[in-house]
Design a binder for this molecule. Structure first.
Ligand code: SF4
Ligand code: SF4
Length: 328
């Protein structure tokens, strides 16, 4: 979809006080224990709540609740995340085709610790995003049991997007990112490669967090690599957005247009999918940067799309308050 169509499709939703994107943590469970995972971080759901302690749903109840949410909120785009959503693969085999049949674009974000359902390979309006944490030795150590060897087996015959969150550890060798992009570009199942930069909470100190100099190096390296490897889907607008991330959640189009719910399917995650107090000034989230890039896009007449979003969101919030129609 070109940027103008994307803006216009979501515009009507925003004007009605709706958020055109929905992100659902459909399970609290995950067989992995990745260092730096934000979903299980104490800050994710705010004081006194952690994802593993929530009561989540499964079986028919999960299927019914997700479909009912989609019916009520009428998003254009749904991300199914977790935990790892493939923990609930039986439910996903019912949920995903029913959502895509309603015209909703569905994105499943997984570690591919188990095979992807065969029916997903040719399903329209479905994107499967497989998270891969760097080159094989690092990834296999961080994301066991979803090792390279298993991922390659589990994505056979599928079409996927590879997503990598770049950490400081990946800047210690000059050709690290190129080796990663070259490896995954060579696999026919990989349609695109998206790269984020690790986004910390305010005040956090973790070995994954790139310094300012490392961040600058990462951005210029991505800018170089995108010109060599066409599957690295990092357009110029995304590179520019990484140089100037949103100053706050209020300035983040992604946070404004996305409703994120955790595994009880009612508690909201704020201000964005990271929860807690994310450090927007050091944000490297691909989705946020991609929407910032759309925000800079000039619609016919020269109006920046981001300006349309901001005005529409204000009108929509007033409409929603006066109608009271959308809140759970
Ligand atoms: S696979 Fe995802 S949800 Fe599970 S521990 Fe790793 S980062 Fe967290
Ligand atoms: S996605 Fe990034 S910029 Fe947007 S609110 Fe979250 S941390 Fe801030």
């Amino acid at each position: 979809m070109n940027p103008t169509s994307a803006v216009l499709r979501s515009w009507g939703q925003i004007l009605r006080g709706r958020q055109p994107a929905l992100s659902l943590e459909i399970t609290k469970e995950c067989p992995l224990r990745c260092p730096g995972c934000y979903a299980y971080d104490a800050a994710h759901l705010g004081p006194g709540q952690v994802l593993r302690d929530l009561s989540d749903l499964r079986g028919d109840r999960l299927v019914e609740r997700v479909l009912a949410l989609a019916q009520r909120l009428r998003p254009l785009h749904i991300s199914l995340v977790g935990g790892d959503p493939l923990v609930r693969y039986r439910e996903l085999e019912q949920i995903v085709p029913q959502l895509t049949a309603r015209g909703i674009h569905v994105q499943v974000v997984t570690s591919a610790f188990r095979p992807l359902p065969a029916g997903w390979a040719a399903m329209p309006r479905l994107t499967v995003v497989v998270s891969i944490d760097g080159l094989q030795p690092d990834h296999d150590q961080r994301r066991r049991p979803a090792t390279y060897e298993r991922i390659l087996r589990h994505i056979a015959g599928q079409r996927i997007v590879v997503h990598c969150t770049i950490t400081a550890l990946m800047t210690r060798r000059a050709d690290y990112l190129e080796d990663f992009v070259r490896f995954w570009s060579a696999h026919p199942q990989v349609e695109k490669i998206w790269m984020s930069i690790f986004t910390p909470q305010i005040g956090a100190e973790l070995p994954e967090i790139p310094s300012s100099a490392e961040r600058q190096w990462i951005i210029s390296e991505l800018d170089r690599l995108r010109r060599i490897y066409p599957r690295l889907a990092m357009p110029a607008g995304v590179i520019a957005a990484l140089h100037h991330p949103p100053a706050s959640p209020r300035d983040c189009i992604f946070a404004q247009v996305t409703r994120s719910l955790t595994a009880d399917l009612s508690t909201r995650i704020t201000p964005c999918q990271f929860g807690g107090q994310p450090d927007c000034g050091r944000c490297g989230c691909y989705a946020s940067m991609a929407l910032s890039a759309i925000g800079e896009y000039r619609l016919p007449g020269g109006i920046p799309a981001g300006r349309i979003y901001q005005i529409s969101a204000r009108i929509g919030a007033q409409w929603s308050q006066s109608s009271g129609s959308l809140e759970a």
